[in-house]
Design a binder for this molecule. Structure first.
Ligand code: PLP
Length: 409
């Protein structure tokens, strides 16, 4: 966590409706990143990374959808991955050896990291993923870039990939020859940019509704990075009334909010699979933001969890009544708003974070609405491209030799 979280001035908050998200991002980030890069470099980072909008759409009844899926991989993880990649490139500028980011992935993180670092000078990404264990969309997104991105298809499961990567990081001889780095999802450089769009949403809400009421933010959550970023925005002074911690059946955090007992456990598979997390890695961060007080946490967070059946029903009903199509993760956030309003009688405006485009989860969504969701051009283009992978057995020696051959200068 940052040592302290700065309170932004009221002039900044008032200016939000007039500002674009990249400009907002720069003004937020400069309070956190002062010594590592200069102003111009930070502008280059934010303008380069935050190059697509997060539009706020009116759904109905003072419910709004914040679309975070307009980046290259159609999910909000693009914000974090792109910002981190560009920041690393600036900080790393004067190193003589290129940086090799080594990542084991079961799908979503790999595609965001690959696209985030794609074309960033002085960096390479090497992704290891398990053969036959990632979705077709994810595989295409990871394996068709080429350039500084290399994908290795491992004959094994995710744990084999993870083990190989760990072996590489602990191989001293290898680390003397190559500059290896990870791109862990709890990296603060991935978290910070996720606070930008909360500010942007607040500004857009004022413009759309003409009111300056504090909104409720509903956040579909797995590892709770997105919600942690929202809490950081709140600590920076963003006016809001509450967060809805919305989960699928993996309800460790909603359960904690209700009972006060934290019970991390193995995850269960659901149709909102990017949130299948049983041991959320940002939970300690959230607790620390409230000095460990369960009561304080309950004042600001409301938990709700939903079954696959409810999620499908929600997608279908909202589509039929409004024409708006949500992906399964977004639907979890929407359902939490309904439940919160029913239980509390709240009439505050509610903003649902839409974490992915429905086409990214087309197999599920098509079945629910009984027709084919429209696939955005950038996804279609990627689906048509040739897959470039290196196949490998799950043995360490083969990986080491490959890394040396490919990256040693
Ligand atoms: C990663 C992801 C989430 C969960 O975000 P966390 O920050 O891990 O809580 C939700 N939806 C989608 C589509 C994701 O890819």
């Amino acid at each position: 966590m940052p040592e302290s979280i700065p309170l932004l001035d009221s002039g900044f908050l008032q200016s939000l409706p007039e500002k674009g998200i990249a400009e907002i991002g720069y003004e937020v980030a400069r309070h956190f990143i002062e010594t590592e890069v200069n102003e111009q470099q930070l502008k280059t980072v934010t303008n380069g990374a935050i190059s697509f909008d997060a539009p706020l759409r009116t759904l109905k009844d003072d419910i709004y959808i914040l679309e975070l899926f307009h980046g290259p991989t159609l999910a909000f993880k693009d914000y974090g991955a792109r910002f981190m990649a560009r920041l690393v490139a600036q900080i790393d500028d004067k190193q003589e050896k290129d940086l090799v980011v080594l990542v084991a992935t079961s799908g979503d993180t790999g595609s965001a990291v690959a696209h985030g670092f794609y074309g960033v000078e002085g960096t390479h990404v090497c992704l290891l993923y398990p053969e036959g264990k990632v979705s077709p969309v994810q595989e295409q997104q990871m394996t068709t870039l080429g350039g500084n991105i290399t994908a290795i298809e491992v004959k094994g499961v995710f744990d084999d990939c993870q083990k190989l990567v760990k072996q590489a990081f602990s191989d001293e001889a290898l680390n003397n020859k190559l500059r290896l780095s990870s791109a862990n999802s709890i990296n603060i450089a991935r978290l910070l940019p996720q606070s930008f769009y909360y500010f942007s949403a607040y500004g857009q809400l004022q413009k759309l509704s003409g009111k300056s009421q504090s909104p409720v933010f509903s956040v579909p959550s797995g590892n709770f990075g997105n919600l942690t970023a929202g809490l950081m925005a709140m600590k920076m002074g963003l006016p809001l009334s509450r967060f809805l911690a919305a989960t699928n059946l993996n309800d460790v955090v909603p359960e904690y909010l209700q009972t006060g007992t934290y019970r991390p456990r193995p995850s269960e598979a659901t149709i909102a699979n990017a949130m299948d997390v049983g041991r959320p890695s940002n939970f300690e961060r959230i607790r620390s933001l409230f000095n460990g007080s369960h009561e304080e946490l309950n004042n600001w967070l409301y938990g709700a969890s939903f079954s696959d059946f409810s999620i499908m029903e929600g997608i279908s009903r909202v589509y039929k009544t409004t024409g708006y199509l949500m992906d399964p993760h977004t639907a979890v956030g929407y359902l939490a708003v309904e439940k919160y309003r029913q239980e509390t009688g709240s009439d505050e405006p509610a903003i649902v974070l839409s974490t992915a485009h429905p086409a990214k989860f087309g197999e599920t969504v098509n079945k629910v609405i009984d027709k084919e969701v429209e696939v955005p051009d950038r996804l279609q283009a990627c689906m048509n491209k040739k897959k470039l992978t290196k196949k490998m057995n799950a043995g360490y020696r083969e990986l080491r030799d490959f890394l040396l051959m490919r990256y040693q200068k």
